[in-house]
Structure formats: C-alpha cells, structure tokens
Design a protein around this ligand. Structure first.
Ligand SMILES: [Zn+2]
Ligand SMILES: [Zn+2]
Length: 289
C-alpha cells in the first residue's frame, strides 16, 4: 500500500532491535514513529548500540518512508528528584539516552520534565533547568534536542502548564537545544479543554503566545479516560474517551500543523490492529467534507 502523505504514526516497540520498529510502523502505513532508545523497564541500556544494530536501522531499505522518527525517554528519569542519588541517576540516564538517540540520528528525545516531590514548583523547575544544563553541557556534539512534554500534572509532576515550560526555556543556558511535544490527553487532564474545536484553537493560541509555535515539534494524539482538569494520566482510543475527536480534527486540518508529526500512544495488541483503526480515524478527519 502507498504510504499516506500525512505525517502520522504511533509509538512502536523496539523489541528484537531498533530496526524492527521500522517494520512495525510501516505495517500500519505510518509515516512517523516514536521509539524508546532502550528498554523502558531499566535505568540504563544493557550495552551500547553495536555497529550492526545502527547499520540495520540507518540502512533499512524502507527507512526513508518514515519521514519523522523521534525518541521518548524512560519514565524513571526525574530531573527534579530531591534524593541526590536519584537525581544523579536521572542525569546519567538522560545523557545515555541522548547519546543513543543521536547515534540513531533522531532530531529530538521527548522527556517528562520532572516531579518536584513536595519541594514546590519553583524549586522543581530550577532543578529541571540545572539538570538539563548539566547534561547538555557534557554533550556539545550531540544534535538530538530535548522535547519537553506537557504533562497531566499527576502527583507533583511539572510541565502541566505552558507557563512552567516557558520558565524552563527562559532559565535554560541552552534553550536552542530544547523544544516541546504536546500530548492531547495530558493537556486535557491538566485543564486545557480540547473537547471542542474552539477550545483546541484557544489552547494552541495560548501555546503560541506563551511558548511560540516554532518550539512545537510533535503531538501525541491520545484521547483521555480521565476528565478535564482531573490531573490523571490515562490514554484512550481516539473518540472513545472524555475528549472526543475535536482536537484531532483541528490538528489534521490546520495546515500549520501539517509538518508536525502526530503520533498515537494508545493501547494496542501485538497485531497493531488498534493502531490501524486510530490512524484510519486521523486520515478520515484530515479530509474536509
Ligand atoms: Zn510521554
Ligand atoms: Zn505522551
């Protein structure tokens, strides 16, 4: 089947090797893909990528059919951790993942900014900035940027308002090496009402005013099992959750988002049938009737 000209896809497993993720993405006719750069269950990769693994990825005969491939970092990383050992481990893990993402020549690595663990917003944001600065300073040649993801604000998680992300950019010594990934389910749970096209338009206007649209590099397209302002992070299939299809219709039809990869992080089985269904919904929404 001919790949869709739309820039859409899903998070794909790297089980068996990173090159296999390409086959998985192409099997659902994706043109974009997000991957982890190591097992998500561990702090650190068991071993660095071998030349053979990197070659299999870069020289995959159909690699070019995926026009956007980017990475998501491990969930254990918390740059705002108050336990010094945990904070140090988080920095090392982020560094390790940035090196791996760079070896795969991926443009950015999505990161949940961090959770302040009771220290408060200001102190948490300061720790995140310090962590990012420290990691980026040790990697002057790494081209992969860090894409800060908007979060649902569950627990003490930061990054649930555009203002918090703007503070990180303002205070960072390397703002040019940072960018932003928005997640529709997280935005909704954080209190941004995407359940109507007007609400979605208003949300992206606010994004533009506070952060600037040039910083937006990816959108995670997820419906939400949890309600508006619930601060609970639960992804649902498109159109089957509390948000509905409005934000996806908006994003698929606005030409200024045409070059932004839109990637699913919705539940799925081994056969990826759910991905095919959700991507079919996105393709359908892109057609103006
Ligand atoms: Zn995420
Ligand atoms: Zn996400």
């Amino acid at each position: 089947m001919k790949p869709s000209p739309l820039l859409i896809g899903a998070h794909m497993s790297i089980a068996g090797g990173v090159a296999l993720a390409i086959d998985r993405a192409l099997s659902v006719d994706a043109t974009a893909m997000q991957i982890f750069v190591k097992s998500n269950m561990q702090w650190f990769a068991a071993a660095p990528f071998t030349e053979a693994e990197l070659k299999a990825f870069h020289e995959h005969p159909r690699r070019g059919e995926l026009r956007s491939v980017f990475a998501h970092s491990g969930y254990m990383i918390n740059l705002a951790a108050i336990n010094p050992e945990f904070a140090e481990k988080s920095r090392r893990a982020l560094k390790d993942e940035l090196i791996r993402a760079d070896q795969l020549r991926l443009p950015f690595l999505v990161l949940h900014p961090g959770a302040h663990m009771g220290a408060g917003e200001a102190e948490g944001l300061a720790k995140i900035v310090a962590g990012l600065d420290a990691v980026l300073e040790t990697l002057p040649d790494v081209k992969t940027r860090v894409a800060l993801e908007t979060t649902a604000g569950q627990g003490s998680s930061l990054g649930h308002t555009f203002e918090q992300l703007a503070t990180i950019f303002e205070k960072s010594a390397h703002p040019d090496r940072l960018c932003v990934c928005v997640d529709t389910a997280h935005l909704f749970a954080a209190g941004y009402d995407l359940s109507t096209e007007e609400g979605t338009a208003t949300t992206f206007e606010r994004f533009e005013q506070i952060l600037g649209l040039e910083r937006l590099v990816a959108v995670h397209c997820n419906d939400s099992k949890s309600g508006l302002n619930s601060h609970v992070d639960r992804h649902e299939h498109l159109g089957r959750g509390k948000i509905g299809l409005a934000p996806f219709r908006f994003l698929m039809r606005e030409s200024r988002f045409a070059t932004i990869p839109k990637v699913l992080e919705t539940p799925k089985g081994k056969e990826l049938a759910e991905d095919r269904e959700n991507l079919a919904i996105l393709r359908k929404l892109a057609v103006k009737s």
